[in-house]
Design a protein around this ligand. Structure first.
Ligand code: ADP
Ligand code: MG
Length: 740
């Protein structure tokens, strides 16, 4: 029994008026695990709690009953767990997990083969929702490998009576499911948020989105949207509310980026006037004609150079699409432009790379491109400084001291400076820094960029033009959001002469044909990768059609039954680094014909003679990952092939894999991937600082564009947002939390 004193205290807590900025701990008694969990989820105040949105809702109106389950039917059931346990089956080979689920109408077994841990995720007494395929053997009913999820409580009247007249109370029909964290349950959120919303707090919340914007896109107000998400009565209400929060998130990101852009653009910039004829001569000496895409990018940059505002542009192009040439041609234009009012000297260019190796590589390419133009090129990294041309070593470069180097940069004698982060340190002063190029560094922040604005004589400042280059293919909507402060140019074309990889989805019956092809290719001197989703032995339970091939087992099978005449080796992440090196060395030397591997070969593996890649269980990989894997075999002039084997035959899987055969490049593929995934499957947003709900907006180009336009319009009227105090306060708060 609860002691009376405690009861009174709890009573007191219930009644204390709630304010959005109150700490959660002021109103809720929490155990340590819960406190930690809330902190981990970033939830401190009641406002944060209200913004902890359900990922989805369980529709109690659609549940079924154990009694009614038919053999082979796919069902979703609600019930309470009675027992759990793990054991080994099939003569002790396969670990399995078991549980008993009971609802009003009966009980059944839940069985997980090879996923014994699933049984440990629930405990007797838990309420769950389980979805899977029913198996009936005599009186025993089981659900095989069900997906299972804990729920705060059972939908009222679970069981057949659900469908009787009257049905369920509409207020309880949609049960919100909250993102959980270790130590805190969806159930806790459900009850706590109910208490908060019931306290009258919603009237105290100020909607940060201006009402005319809400009206224009038919979005619900903040208070309405919160009710519609935490306690919807109709599905369309929760959908509409999600849309609003998705918009809100993208809108704030846009405000932040657009504001940074406008502030940057308030600085005067450098006028760069390319001499068309000299640029053409320069390009002609590169040794190849520019692709149409490169040409377009160069011309767009020239147009930006001619404007009175500093360029802020992102150049996206798959690996190998030739971004360096675009950088070189535009650099040439900048360094052949005289500083205004001068009849001598040159504007300066800074080219920043993420690593020393890359910086050194670019320094060397630039020497090749610029030799004979009379331009001086410098390299500055953590390990030292170099200058080209050298007085002592004609045609080459020399090492110079840092002090001397910095002096030459400061007086403008070195117009082209390539380097690592060392390039933007305070000690580096410039004479006329007019153009900054950032290679493969998409997270270069607006604050770092602001540092590049140079002091001119007196108090005047001048902002350099800015080009950021990246090979990470991301969908256009995501680019517009993350790089909302940058204009976008895309190199969607590879230099001519590169043969695209022939990619095919292989139906199960054609496996032998593909093996014959491998045989022929290897006989003619090539090598092959065979990628498997797993490392260890597969499940001997043959009923489990979904069990993926494993590296070890598959290598054994291939060696014994398919390719006894070839040298086969394996590679996976659990091997020691020295073992991996040995395997790679043998493969690179051509001693191994076939390398059976997990996706470890995705990065950094470069064996030009390998022209075939087979991917087993292809449906288990993301499209971007498949694209990377396929990239392993475009490293020579031999025709390369990629064969995708898939164990599931659903239309959705096929459609997804088909994107690999139709997409022109990584960007188009990332677009297709986004379009094909359902909401909730998007994930991956965290790495960009975008929540799951924000990622839903990323699927919607119209919404992203609307958020962008509204942000631009509002900032255009009032860049410091003094007329929108709520907006300003929340923007500040969000920006702070993003960067801490
Ligand atoms: P990335 O976009 O990955 O930075 P690079 O600029 O390094 O690509 O270019 C990759 C290779 O392609 C380089 O060897 C470069 O010389 C070559 N290249 C670039 N543009 C062309 C072109 N238009 N025609 C032929 N080869 C090109
Ligand atoms: Mg590059």
């Amino acid at each position: 029994m609860t002691p009376p004193v405690l009861l009174r205290m709890m009573d007191g807590m219930e009644k204390a008026p709630m304010h959005p900025s109150d700490l959660i701990t002021k109103h809720f008694r929490l155990v340590d695990a819960q406190k930690k969990a809330l902190i981990k989820l970033g939830l401190l105040t009641l406002r944060d709690l209200l913004y902890h949105l359900p990922t989805r809702h369980i529709d109690a109106g659609k549940s079924s009953a154990i009694e009614l389950a038919e053999d082979g039917e796919r069902v979703t059931l609600y019930g309470q767990i009675e027992k759990t346990g793990t054991k080994k089956s099939f003569r002790g080979h396969v670990p399995m997990g078991e549980a008993v689920l009971r609802d009003k109408t009966g009980k059944m077994k839940l069985i997980w083969f090879n996923q014994a841990y699933m049984a440990k995720m629930v405990q007797p007494g838990d309420f769950v929702r389980a979805s899977g395929t029913v198996k009936k053997r005599g009186a025993t009913i089981s659900l095989i490998n069900p997906e299972i999820e804990k729920i705060p409580e059972l939908p009222r009247d679970t069981g057949p009576s659900l469908f009787n007249e009257g049905g369920i109370d509409p207020e309880d029909r949609f049960l919100p499911v909250y993102p959980e964290s270790r130590g805190i349950t969806s159930r806790w959120f459900y009850h706590s948020i109910r208490r908060v919303t019931a306290s009258g707090i919603l009237t105290l919340l100020v909607d940060p989105i201006p009402s005319d914007v809400l009206l224009r896109y038919s979005l619900p107000s903040l208070a309405t949207a919160l009710v519609w998400l935490h306690a919807p009565r109709e599905e369309r209400h929760s959908l509409s509310a999600r849309k609003r929060f998705a918009f809100e998130e993208i809108f704030f990101i846009q405000l932040e980026r657009q504001q940074a852009r406008m502030l940057y653009e308030q600085n005067p910039t450098f006028l760069i006037t390319p001499d068309k004829k000299r640029v053409e001569e320069f390009v002609a000496r590169l040794g190849f004609p520019l692709t149409d895409a490169q040409e377009r990018a160069v011309n767009t940059i020239f147009a930006d150079f001619a404007s009175s505002r500093a360029m802020l542009r992102l150049l996206e192009g798959d690996v190998g699409s030739g971004k360096t040439a675009v950088a070189a041609a535009t650099t040439f234009a900048a360094v052949t432009t005289r500083p205004s009012g001068q009849t001598y000297g040159a504007l300066q260019v800074a080219y920043m790379c993420p690593t020393e190796i890359l910086a050194t590589q670019h320094f060397e390419s630039f020497i090749q491109y610029f030799v004979g133009t009379g331009m001086t090129i410098g390299l500055i990294t953590g390990s030292g400084c170099r200058k080209f041309p050298s007085k002592v070593n004609s045609g080459g470069w020399t090492d110079v001291s840092r002090t001397q180097f910095l002096k030459w940069v400061a007086n403008g004698e070195i117009p082209i400076v390539i380097g690592t982060h060392a390039l933007i340190q305070k000690s580096v002063k410039w004479k006329h820094l007019a153009y900054v190029i950032i290679d493969e560094q998409h997270r270069f922040g607006t604050k770092q960029r602001a540092k590049l604005v140079q002091k001119e004589t007196g108090d005047a400042t001048r902002a350099p033009h800015f080009l950021s280059m990246t090979a990470t293919p991301i969908p256009r909507t995501l680019a517009l959001t993350l790089y909302g402060d940058l204009d976008l140019s895309i190199l969607d074309q590879m230099p001519s002469g590169r043969k695209p990889v022939i990619t095919e989805i292989v139906p199960p019956g054609k496996r032998e044909t593909v093996y014959e092809m491998i045989r022929a290719e290897i006989r003619s001197g090539r090598q092959a990768y065979i990628i498997c989703p797993r490392i260890d032995e597969p499940d001997p339970d043959k009923e489990q059609a979904l069990i993926a091939k494993s590296v070890k087992e598959e290598a054994k099978r291939l060696q014994e039954k398919v390719f006894p005449e070839f040298q086969i080796d394996i590679l996976h992440s659990k091997m020691k680094p020295s073992e991996k090196d040995d395997v790679m060395e043998l493969f690179a030397a051509g001693d191994t014909d076939i390398l059976v591997a997990t996706s470890v070969v995705e990065v950094g593996v470069n064996v030009p003679n390998a022209t075939l890649i087979i991917i087993e269980g292809a449906e288990r990989f993301g499209l971007a990952q498949l694209h990377q894997l396929r990239g392993r075999v475009i490293r020579s002039n031999h025709q390369a092939y990629c064969f995708l084997f898939s164990e599931t035959k659903t239309d959705k899987t096929f459609e997804r894999l088909k994107a690999l055969t139709t997409a022109k490049n990584g960007f188009e593929l990332s677009e297709m991937d986004l379009a094909l995934r359902g909401s909730g499957e998007l994930g991956g947003g965290r790495q960009w600082g975008i929540s799951d709900i924000g990622m839903e907006a990323i699927k919607n180009l119209k919404m992203v564009e609307a958020a962008r336009e509204e942000a631009k319009r509002i900032l255009g009227e009032d860049i410091s947002l003094t007329k929108y105090p709520t907006l300003m306060a929340q923007l500040e708060e969000r920006t702070r939390s993003h960067f801490e």
